[in-house]
Every structure is written in C-alpha cells, then in structure tokens.
Design a protein around this ligand. Structure first.
Ligand SMILES: NC(=O)c1ccc[n+]([C@@H]2O[C@H](COP(=O)([O-])OP(=O)(O)OC[C@H]3O[C@@H](n4cnc5c(N)ncnc54)[C@H](O)[C@@H]3O)[C@@H](O)[C@H]2O)c1
Ligand SMILES: O=C(O)[C@H](O)CO
Length: 329
C-alpha cells in the first residue's frame, strides 16, 4: 500500500521518539515543514493528502489539489473549520479531549476560589490584614450546590465526575438526547426542544465548555444572565465569544450575578485598560490551564488512531461537523 503524502508542521509538541512513531506509520511519506515558512508550507500543500498541524490555521491557506484531511492539534477549531473547507470536501479533525481533565480542574479551581471568597482573602493577605468582613461570611461550600455544564464533550464529562465527587447536583446540556453520562443527575438537550432556562435558573455555577460555533456565539447574553441567580457564578473555559462580554460586565457590575471565572475573553489578550479586569469578584486567567503530564502523548495517540481510521475508511475521532462551524469570526 502506498502511503499518502503527509505534511506535519514542525512545531507539533513531539519529542524525538514521538516523531519516530509518527514516521513509522508513514514511512517515506512524511514531510516535516517549518510552519513559519509560508513558501515551504504552500509547496508542501501542493503534494500532501493529509496535513497534521499544531495550529488552527486559516481555512484560506488549507488548499492543495490532493488535500483530503486536515488535523489541527487544538480542541476548539474556529479558523480552519469554516464553510469553504467543507465546500471543498475536506475532512477536518481536532484534538478535543487532550486537556479535558485539566480544563475540568480549572473550572473546579475557579468555583472553589470564588465560592470560598478567596479573592478578598488574598487581597487582605497581601495587605497583611487578618480581616473578616461581613460579606466574607456569606460564603458557600460547593457541597450541596448545583453545577450546570453546557457542552458534554470530553471536558463536560470530566467536570461532571469532579463536581459529583464534591457532592454537587450536576446538570448537563448538549445537543443530542442520550443517556446521562456518569455523574450527571439530569441532562437537557436542544434536540428535545429544551433550552438553557432550567440550567440558568438552577445553577450555582454555570460552566461553559462548549465549542464556539454560529450556534453558540453569545449563547450567554443579557437575557440569560438575567435568569441566573444573583448568588451564581459564571465560568467560561470555552471561547470568549460564547459570552456577550459587554452584557457580562453589566451583570457583574450591577451584582446581577455574584462573580465570574474566565480563562477566555474577547479579545485575547485582554487589553490592559479593559474594564473586565476590575469587574467585581472576577478571576481572569490568560487562556492558560495546567498541562496534563501526558498531553502530547494524548495528541499523538489521537493522530495515530485517526491515520488508521482514515486508511480503513472508518469514522474518525473528533471530526468537525458542519454543526460546529464558526463562520463569523
Ligand atoms: N481554555 C482552554 O485552554 C481550552 C482548552 C481546550 C479547549 N477549550 C475549549 O473548550 C471546548 C471544549 O473542549 P473539549 O475538549 O471538551 O471539546 P469536545 O468537542 O469534546 O466538547 C465540546 C462539546 O460541546 C458540544 N456542543 C457543541 N455545540 C453545542 C451546542 N450548540 N449546544 C450544546 N452542546 C454543544 C459538542 O457536542 C461537544 O460534546 C473546546 O471547543 C474549546 O473551545 C478551551
Ligand atoms: O482549543 C484548544 O486546544 C485550546 O484552547 C488552545 O487553543
């Protein structure tokens, strides 16, 4: 069997042994390309049937007469998964799930810090003050409270298990109606005609771990924030535009919700003068979560499995569907 010519971007996070394992399944047909070299990339795309990339590259670049499959080593693809790519019949896959447990921990970190009033304690500590303000006493343990999860993919499922281990009630929201994953007390789905209202109304923590697509752009805006409890907290690990950030800023400033934990913003980086930095009870991390020790191995495993599936004509892992399209950005 001849191997398809496969372009692999040199910036993939693989060590020598991992590169050798990739080369071993594609003997004599792997083109390693310096992604910063536009001419080398364009030339390689003329011959390649498969492109394995670290970055979520712009769909306009991803053209070649023989190109059939593009893999981007990111979970959320918004630049490559564009309408023109699907019109050209390309298969697009990503690495969703390579960081699921770490993202779930980040949601738990924001939840614990915000519900335990940690930002105010930390400010007091920096001033060397032993301080118990009345509002500091109105703090909530996670146990017995409700975690509502929007997006029940790799991260959503990992988060459900962690929230359940904290004795929380766990609600989940996804597109398709299917049995509840482990740890989820009640699933809601758009296929059953259910909207987000039940989650918004019951959530103590509303966690966004969903793809950004045309369907989820500004999924949480002023009407949704108005339905949330005043004591609730919004956590966004997905992508900035899943939230209408202007509406969030108003809700935080007016005390419509009690706080926010944001690993993603609009734009990124968030400019130094942006008012969101100073929003009440808001924690911001710079799209940066802790890494799993086997993160690159998880990526390589998905790529090797998908090469096998591609050759066998089987359904591929993490294939982006037209429903996942983000055509506005
Ligand atoms: N903050 C970070 O560093 C970071 C890292 C990785 C991923 N992410 C973001 O988190 C998202 C989730 O990551 P993952 O690895 O769990 O991906 P995933 O693809 O496994 O999960 C996403 C889930 O969202 C669901 N979904 C999509 N559109 C929906 C809709 N309209 N309504 C309900 N559910 C919908 C999908 O069906 C899927 O189950 C990614 O898409 C990415 O945007 C952020
Ligand atoms: O989608 C991902 O993999 C992370 O957010 C990094 O962009």
């Amino acid at each position: 069997m001849t191997n398809p010519i496969t372009l692999a971007s040199d910036d993939l996070p693989f060590d020598v042994d991992q590169w050798a394992r990739l080369e071993a399944v594609l003997p004599g047909s792997l083109l390693r390309v310096d992604i910063a070299d536009d001419a080398a990339l364009a030339a390689a795309l003329q011959n390649a049937e498969i492109a394995i990339l670290k970055s979520d590259l712009d769909a306009r670049i991803l053209t070649g007469p023989k190109l059939k499959w593009v893999h981007c080593n990111h979970a959320g693809l918004t630049k490559s998964a564009r309408p023109e790519v699907f019109q050209r019949g390309l298969i697009v896959t990503g690495s969703a799930g390579r960081s699921g447990p770490a993202l779930a921990e980040h949601v738990m970190m924001f939840s614990l810090l915000l519900c335990s009033g940690y930002p105010a304690f930390f400010e007091a500590q920096k001033r060397h003050e032993w301080r118990r303000e009345p509002e500091m006493e109105n703090l909530h343990a996670l146990s017995g409270r409700t975690m509502a999860i929007v997006g029940m993919g790799h991260t959503g499922k990992a988060l459900a298990l962690r929230a359940k281990a904290f004795d929380m009630t766990v609600l989940g929201y996804r597109r398709r109606d299917a049995p509840a994953p482990e740890g989820v007390d009640r699933m809601y789905s758009s296929d059953k005609g259910e909207g987000l209202d039940a989650l918004l109304e019951q959530a103590d923590i509303l966690a966004l771990v969903v793809n950004l697509s045309d369907a989820t752009h500004h999924l949480i805006g002023a009407p949704e924030l108005a339905r949330m409890k005043r004591s609730s907290i919004l956590v966004n690990l997905a992508r900035g535009p899943v939230v209408d950030q202007d509406a969030l800023l108003v809700a935080l400033t007016e005390g419509r919700i009690a706080g926010a934990g944001l690993d993603v913003t609009t734009p990124e980086p968030l400019p130094p003068g942006h008012p969101l930095w100073d929003a009440p009870n808001t924690l911001i991390t710079p799209h940066f979560t802790a890494s799993l020790p086997d993160r690159s191995e998880r990526s390589l495993g998905m790529i090797l499995d998908n090469i096998r599936r591609y050759r066998a004509g089987e359904e591929m892992l993490n294939r982006i569907s037209e429903e996942d399209l983000w055509s506005k950005g």
